[in-house]
Each structure stands twice: as C-alpha cells, then as structure tokens.
Ligand binder design. Sequence first.
Ligand code: NAP
Length: 281
Amino acid sequence: VTIIGIGLIGGSLALDLRQAGLAERVVGVSRSAENRRLATERGLTTETTNDLAAALRAADLAVLAVPVTAIVGLLPQVAQHAPDGCLVTDVGSVKGPILAAGDAAFPDGRFVAGHPIAGSEHSGPAAARTGLFVQHTWIATPSARTSVDAEERITALWRAVGATTLRMSAAWHDDVFATVSHLPHLVAYALMDAVMTLEQGGERVKFSAGGLRDFTRIAGSDPVMWRDIFLMNRAPLLQAVEAYRAALDRLEAAIRAGDGEALSRVFAQARLARKELGHRS
Ligand code: NAP
C-alpha cells in the first residue's frame, strides 16, 4: 500500500494497516525529510520516500492523503505511475472536484473517492495514531464510472480499520459538509480574526475563559488544508455563509431593538438543537 501524505490521516491509516497485518509493505510518500524521519521513527510505515514513481511501482493500492488541491494535482501523476490493477482512493474533505479528476485519470473506474469522518485540529506524522477511525464513518462518493468491485474492496479496507461505511453522492456530500464542518471552521477563523482586531495591545485576551478557547479549538487546524477546502467547496460554502450572515443579522437587529423576546426565542431553539445534535449525529 502506498500512502501519499503521511500526516494525521495518512499516517493513522498506515499505522492501522500495519498493526492489523493488512499490508506487507506500507510505503509513505512525503516531500519532507523531517516527516519521513518521523514516520520511520514512529513506525507508521515500512518505508518512506519522496519519489512518487518509485513508491507506486509495486503498489496494489494507492491512498492520496494530502490537501484537497494537491489530491487533484497528483491524480494524473498517480495514473501515470501506478501499475495496472492498482486501486486508488483518497481521503479528501471535498468530493465533487476530486471525483471528477479521479474519473478522468482512471477511466476504468478503479478510483474510489472517499472521506473518513475522523480527525482533529492536529496535523503531521506526529499526530498520527492507531484507532482513529474506530466507530467513525467513512463515506464513499462513487460515480457511475466507479467500479463496483473497487468500491467493495476499499469499503472492506475501511471496515477492517474499524469504520462504519456509507455512500452518498459527491454533490450531497459537499453540501452536507459545507454546513456541518466547513462553516464551523470558517466561523472559528473569523471569530479569532475579530478578537485579534478588538484585542488592541494585549488588554483583552488575557481575560478569556473556556468559552473562547472551546469555541475556537478548530481554528488551530492546518491553514493550508482549510484554505484548500474553502476554495474547492466554494459554492456550497458561500451558501452556508449567507445563512450564517442572515442569522447574525437577526441577532444584531434584536440586540439593537432591545428585543429580548426575539433573543430568547433564538437561544431556546439553538439550545434544543444543540441537545439534539448529541443524539442524532
Ligand atoms: P496533514 O496532517 O497536514 O498531512 C497532510 C500531508 O500532506 C502533509 O504532512 C504534507 O506532507 C503533505 N502535503 C501538504 N501539501 C502538499 C502538497 N501541496 N503536495 C504534496 N503533499 C503535500 O493533513 P491531514 O489532516 O492528514 O489531511 C489530509 C487529507 O485528509 C486532506 O485532504 C483533508 O481534507 C483530509 N481529511 C482531514 C481530516 C482532519 O480532521 N484533519 C479529516 C478527514 C479528512 P509533506 O510535507 O511531508 O510532504
């Protein structure tokens, strides 16, 4: 198995494959000598390289686990170097453009677009850990071109590392995750931006308590990864931002008008919805 990008997600998958004895060789591809050293030191892979062609030469499976724009950029190169019959999958957080690029690069349908719904705000090989995918969902977003056999085999792989699996269209996936993941990250980044603007000379943030810290945990996520997700999922994200701006406007209007009833109504509904979140997700 060749894993391109041995950060949090790629490194964790590599570790699980090794520990479960699912792959004889797990080759990690990384551009950084320091990350290759770390991956070796932590036993994430059996070998590492920065040579994509060499890494793919004997692969039965290639997993792209780099930022979403890099996945789209690398797919043609993977198609050029992967041997016939090598299955290819990815873990990117946006699916529409990746599925289109994967179908174009692999017209025989052996590219299976997927997204494990697991992770954290930490990144790089140092953050990789075993069991990251246990009791988390892995979503396949196949197209009409995707080979049924390839999809079944990739689905079996994610089940073997503890994930539950489901499938949905790439368009629906991107819409859903704009709402439940990309918008919250955008709001966390915007909130930190606003707090820094208000900060003025270190007089305010030193008084912050759990609220600001809890709310902005995800603003600690990797900036490159999130830049790429926002740019790749532009239309659904902009729609979500519009809904968020309208919600802010409603609260602002209620505060301006001294309309406590309107505020209480929104807060009570939000509190209920927040409680439901735990039961439904
Ligand atoms: P990560 O820990 O930052 O690892 C990504 C690795 O990709 C980096 O270690 C880097 O390795 C490599 N990379 C970065 N830019 C690249 C480029 N332009 N070309 C080639 N390689 C590049 O990120 P991650 O959290 O594992 O995320 C990887 C993928 O999983 C992303 O597509 C993300 O959308 C998706 N995902 C993330 C999460 C999450 O919660 N983090 C959850 C689900 C899915 P080198 O510098 O060593 O080459």
